[in-house]
Design a protein around this ligand. Structure first.
Ligand code: ZN
Length: 159
């Protein structure tokens, strides 16, 4: 079995009793979540929400980049989201990393590439919230809040 056939077989089982066919495109909770790609984080589980409740935007670091702002704008304009939770986490791979280190592991020269490493976790989350609050794409009526998720305790802490 290849990794792909294993995943496809699991999907056959899932689709056989698919429970989400009636969901609306707009998130029920009016919520968007921005968080890291870290495999230890299940945004729905940690927030007690379900499929259909939120738009979830993930990238390395859970950072509010230009593309995340684009997605949040679409999420608000077309899907009616009004709340944005930005969730950083402890032991993030980008925390304390450097562009040179990432480039070296890739066998590349750092060149122009910015992998967006950060030195201070809480400051990184605050900066992401600030980017949402000051974005020209997003109305001031959107409420954004920052959190740090502890991957050892499962606890979410407001920052
Ligand atoms: Zn991370």
């Amino acid at each position: 079995m290849t990794p792909w056939s294993e995943l496809a077989a699991a999907n056959e089982v899932f689709a056989a009793s698919f429970p989400h066919g009636q969901l609306d495109r707009a998130p029920r909770r009016g919520l968007a979540v921005v968080t890291c790609m870290d495999a230890r984080i299940d945004p729905l589980e940690i927030l007690g929400i379900r499929v259909g409740d939120a738009n979830v935007l993930r990238n390395a670091g859970g950072l509010v980049t230009e593309d995340v702002l684009r997605s949040l704008a679409v999420s608000h304009a077309l899907l009616g989201t009004r709340l944005v939770a930005v969730i950083g986490h402890t032991e993030c791979g980008l925390h304390g990393a450097s562009n040179d280190e990432v480039a070296a592991r890739l066998g590349a020269t750092a060149g122009e590439a910015d992998f967006l490493p950060f030195a201070d976790l809480e400051e990184s989350v605050r900066a992401s919230v600030e980017r949402i609050e000051s974005s020209r794409l997003l109305p001031r009526s959107i409420a954004a809040a920052g959190f740090v998720y502890d991957v050892r305790s499962g606890r979410l802490r407001a920052v």
